[in-house]
Design a protein around this ligand. Structure first.
Ligand SMILES: Nc1nc2c(c(=O)[nH]1)N(C=O)[C@@H](CNc1ccc(C(=O)N[C@@H](CCC(=O)O)C(=O)O)cc1)CN2
Ligand SMILES: Nc1ncnc2c1ncn2[C@@H]1O[C@H](COP(=O)(O)OP(=O)(O)OP(=O)(O)O)[C@@H](O)[C@H]1O
Length: 195
């Protein structure tokens, strides 16, 4: 199947999940994540602000902050088009919608967290397969932003996808620029992809 067709099919499946089911899956995913050994010490964590039918992150993000983790979220890079910057979230953060209507922190240089400083990056996805391949919204933002990581630039960084169960698919078509994930967490389990 064509990648775009597959994306539409997976987006439709995701949109068909009821709000209570979505919330229940998010709660289960949060429990799995927070139980990981690497989360037992405070870390610098990159997350995302969920929109529409994505696995919801508001409660998870709030819990990560209240546990003392330092939280950053993506901003569309103002200069390096197609890349993401991560900005730390704090009580005084001003939120502005980006061109996709996703809230992001107003750009403040002091809040920039270089990718190299993050320990864990939680990424949204449209689909994933059993080899850790990821299908996103089609902007290539995470692929571009993580290209240096994939070449070994910051080996301590773990990239973890958060997903609804219906987002798994047996095999995704893989493009040369696609960046595979270390783990994907669904309500039922933590998928570990050895690299
Ligand atoms: N919550 C969240 N944040 C994220 C991403 C994401 O997938 N989810 N991204 C992952 O890369 C980046 C933004 N990339 C995106 C690329 C395309 C579309 C998009 O096409 N969205 C709508 C149209 C939105 C609108 O204009 O209302 C669409 O479904 O067609 C959205 C985000 C960074 N932040
Ligand atoms: N490292 C890169 N350098 C240049 N272009 C890239 C790179 N990675 C991806 N792209 C471009 O981005 C476009 C979208 O890629 P793709 O469909 O794989 O995005 P995605 O992973 O689904 O999206 P996202 O990461 O934003 O959720 C492709 O046309 C591809 O050419």
């Amino acid at each position: 199947m064509q990648q775009q067709q597959l994306r539409q099919q997976l987006l439709a499946k995701r949109a068909a999940i009821s709000a209570p089911d979505r919330a229940a899956e998010a709660a289960a995913v949060s429990e799995h994540l927070l139980a990981l050994p690497e989360l037992q010490k405070t870390k610098r964590i990159g997350s995302y602000i969920s929109v529409k039918a994505e696995l919801p992150t508001p409660q998870l993000n709030q819990r990560l902050i209240s546990m003392g983790h330092q939280l950053s979220v993506p901003v569309l890079h103002p200069i390096n088009t197609g890349h993401l910057l991560f900005l730390q979230v704090h009580p005084k953060t001003l939120w502005v919608p980006n061109k996709y209507h996703i809230p992001e922190p107003a750009l403040q240089v002091a809040d920039i967290t270089p990718l190299a400083h993050l320990d864990i990056l939680l990424v949204p996805l449209v689909g994933f397969d059993h080899q850790g391949n990821r299908l996103g919204m089609g902007g290539g933002f995470y692929d571009r932003t993580l290209a240096a990581w994939h070449r070994g630039a910051y080996p301590h960084l773990q990239v973890i996808g958060l997903a609804l169960t219906c987002q798994q698919t047996p095999k995704l078509p893989v493009n040369p620029w696609d960046i595979p994930l270390n783990k994907v967490i669904t309500a039922a389990k933590v998928w570990d992809f050895l690299r």
